[in-house]
Design a protein around this ligand. Structure first.
Ligand SMILES: *Cc1c(COP(=O)(O)O)cnc(C)c1O
Length: 450
């Protein structure tokens, strides 16, 4: 087949490809053709530093020889087999490895293909569990989530989501959900001093649990950081407090670590910072190092047991995805986890996290930077029109997006969340590349917000 020309690719991209979270009337194509380490090359031969890890999933860089080899090795065996009533070797090994790495008690692994489906699976399992457990509680059918939550784009995960801009239009299609306020360490509630934020926000959660726990099957939370909300970093102790409250009120806890899992916060899983053992752990994004779509929902033996029985008892979990447990994805996920050890990746993170903190401290002094938030190798820089009143820029000005366009012209790929500039590089980024990334971000903010 004849190769399309550059002009054909650009016009076909504009017309045929409907891009996610993108206003297609304004879309300007960016076609990436090659990766190497933390860099990506576009159709015109320009190289960029991948400042958002290809939307929060890349870990060891692009075209890592070990990951490439794992994929090729599995290709020589088989590309895909079903995991409905059958299995494959890398998926078995991966389930075993995830159970070893995860917080204690999460021994059973359900594979799917995106973060959204990992969340759907947890919601449906939690619901079904209360109907089938030894002392059934079929009235526990509802969910509790935080305001500004993001758990994916399928209807169940949107139902527990709380981002007005994305989710409001679908409200008539969604199941209702109890909602507690999202901890906000910038626009803090009146009269609450910074060191009282954790008890204040936990009290809001407890008020809902107290009134409605008999109806609530599970609470879902993004541990430590609500990324899509604009990198909202929770105050310390909040996650641990949620675990205590959900135990106290007999409500399951679903930890959605799709964004924060796999080293992103400095530990393998965010729950480990506060020694939290959730009832469900949802994983995606970094699971395959950013190579292939794969996700997993881990759960406990107590949940698992409620689904066991004879076939005709109908206790089966009637849910499964065609590509669940795909062997290519599982093989590369296993290699991803081996690389964490071989390259001592977690040990390398404190120096990078500290370096990022130093850069953010400088950036926070820019005139239109209202707040910087960091957790591990995640940072959000909130731009405001007026620092003293914390007044945002008018939305049509799209300052966050302008900053990212400016950064692109200097060789850094970024994607903002409204007026929050996000820094989320591959964990393998070198210190010099991290310096370059942060300097470009600083210059771009200064240029666009002056
Ligand atoms: C990205 C994300 C999801 C959804 O994952 P997809 O693979 O895009 O479906 C769910 N939860 C969180 C916290 C995420 O950041």
């Amino acid at each position: 087949m004849q190769q399309p020309t550059r002009e054909e690719l650009l016009s076909w991209d504009r017309w045929h490809v409907w891009h996610g979270f993108t206003q297609m009337a304004e879309y300007e194509p960016l076609v990436l053709v090659e990766g190497q380490g933390c860099r990506l090359r576009d159709l015109d031969g320009r190289w960029y530093l991948d400042g958002v890890a290809s939307l929060w999933c890349n870990v060891h860089g692009h075209r890592h020889p070990r990951l490439d080899a794992a994929l090729q090795g599995q290709l020589a065996q088989v590309a895909h087999v079903t995991n409905l009533g059958a299995s494959n070797v890398p998926a078995i090994q991966l389930a075993r490895r995830l159970a070893e790495l995860a917080p204690p008690g999460l021994e059973h692994v359900f594979f799917s293909d995106s973060g959204s489906t990992a969340v759907e699976v947890a919601l449906k399992m939690a619901f079904q569990y209360w109907r089938q457990r030894p002392q059934p509680r079929p009235e526990k059918t509802r969910f509790l989530a935080l305001a500004e939550a993001y758990h994916g784009d399928t209807l169940g995960s949107v139902s527990v989501g709380g981002i007005e801009l994305f989710h409001e239009i679908f409200r008539p299609l969604l199941f209702p959900c109890f909602r507690a306020p999202a901890p906000d360490t910038y626009r803090t509630p009146d009269g609450v001093p910074p060191d009282q934020l954790t008890p204040y926000y936990l009290q809001q959660v407890e008020n809902i649990l107290q009134a409605h726990h008999h109806q609530i099957a599970a609470m879902i939370v993004e541990p430590l950081v609500q990324c899509a909300a604009g990198i909202l970093v929770h105050p310390p102790g909040f996650l641990r407090g949620l675990r205590q409250l959900t135990r106290q009120y007999n409500v399951l806890l679903i930890a959605d670590e799709v964004a924060v899992g796999f080293g992103r916060t400095g530990r393998m899983f965010a729950c480990q910072h506060e020694e939290v053992q959730p009832d469900f752990l949802c994983l995606g994004k970094g699971l395959t190092g950013g190579y292939l779509p794969m996700a997993a929902t881990l759960t406990t033996t107590e949940i698992w047991n409620a689904f066991l029985g004879r076939y005709e008892d109908n206790r089966t979990f009637f849910h499964g995805h065609t590509y669940g447990g795909n062997p290519l994805a599982a093989a590369v996920a296993l290699a991803n986890l081996e690389l964490f050890e071989e390259e001592r990746l977690l040990e390398s993170l404190p120096a990078k996290i500290e370096r990022l903190r130093e850069h953010l401290e400088r950036i926070s002094r820019l005139e239109h930077v209202g707040h910087v938030r960091q957790c591990g190798l995640i940072a959000g820089i909130e731009l405001v029109e007026d620092r003293t009143t914390k007044r945002p820029y008018p939305r049509p000005q799209r300052r966050g997006w302008q900053v990212c366009l400016q950064a692109r012209s200097e060789g850094v790929l970024l994607r903002p969340l409204g007026d929050v500039v996000v820094i989320f590089p591959p964990l393998a980024i070198s210190l010099p590349d991290l310096d370059f990334l942060c300097q470009v971000v600083e210059r771009s903010i200064a240029a666009v917000c002056s």
